[in-house]
Write a protein that binds this ligand. Structure first.
Ligand SMILES: CC(C)(COP(=O)(O)OP(=O)(O)OC[C@H]1O[C@@H](n2cnc3c(N)ncnc32)[C@H](O)[C@@H]1OP(=O)(O)O)[C@@H](O)C(=O)NCCC(=O)NCCS
Length: 194
């Protein structure tokens, strides 16, 4: 569902889907408890990584939120890993608002932010590759993602048995090359080169 921008305030945009306006803005500290509940409701089902409130406060500047009728309808974070690569993470839309274009608006907002910061690639680890394909991402071998992207994986219970799919969108021309597998068979070192 394509949304249309109907007004712009400083630091926020109000978009309109076919039903109700969706406000897209950067997250604030008062969003944290609702974001934590939303993210962890999916994490409890193994769909996302859990985030606690301290963790979210530390990374709050990464987050963009969507509001409908003044209530948080979704959130997503753009996390910088290298001077050219960023990750879409903690993307969650409230169950009652799924399928209304909120996820698309959030990822598009992160993409604008990534372009403003001169990133060359956006990537995500996900169980919903079809959603990311709709947004112009391609499935890639996780070996082409930057090493630092694996830092969360190292503490993840699924590290040895990860079934998430790596998705990547090039924002500009960039060469993707797997790094030498120095630590094989434990982990393959991946890099993204600009
Ligand atoms: C995945 C999620 C963020 C999608 O958000 P959403 O607001 O429901 O998605 P949108 O309505 O913006 O959909 C955008 C497009 O993606 C498609 N899409 C949405 N979810 C999809 C899915 N699971 N599989 C395939 N396509 C999907 C929609 O049909 C739509 O296509 P269209 O533009 O051709 O109409 C949301 O379902 C969610 O929060 N899921 C649970 C948490 C999760 O899996 N997060 C992702 C972690 S990486």
């Amino acid at each position: 569902m394509i949304a249309e921008t109907i007004s712009l305030d400083e630091g926020s945009a109000v978009e309109e889907d076919s039903t109700r306006p969706v406000a897209i803005r950067k997250a604030r500290m008062q969003d944290i408890s609702v974001m934590a509940r939303l993210i962890n409701s999916y994490a409890n089902n193994g769909i996302m990584l859990p985030r606690n409130e301290l963790d979210l406060a530390e990374g709050v500047r990464d987050f963009t939120v969507a509001e409908i009728d003044g209530k948080l309808a979704g959130c997503a974070a753009l996390h910088f890993y290298t001077p050219i690569a960023g990750e879409v993470r903690s993307l969650a839309v409230a169950p009652e608002h799924k399928g209304a274009g909120v996820g698309r608006l959030l990822v598009e907002a992160l993409e604008r932010e990534a372009r403003e910061c001169d990133l060359a690639t956006l990537f995500a680890f996900t169980y919903v590759p079809g959603f990311f394909i709709k947004l112009g991402f391609d499935q890639v071998d996780r070996g082409v993602l930057p090493l630092k992207a694996w830092k969360d994986c190292l503490s993840c219970p699924k590290f040895q048995n990860c079934d998430e799919i790596a998705m990547l969108k090039k924002l500009r021309q960039v060469e993707l090359k797997p790094a030498p597998a120095l630590l094989e068979p434990f982990v393959q070192l991946p890099v993204v080169r600009g």
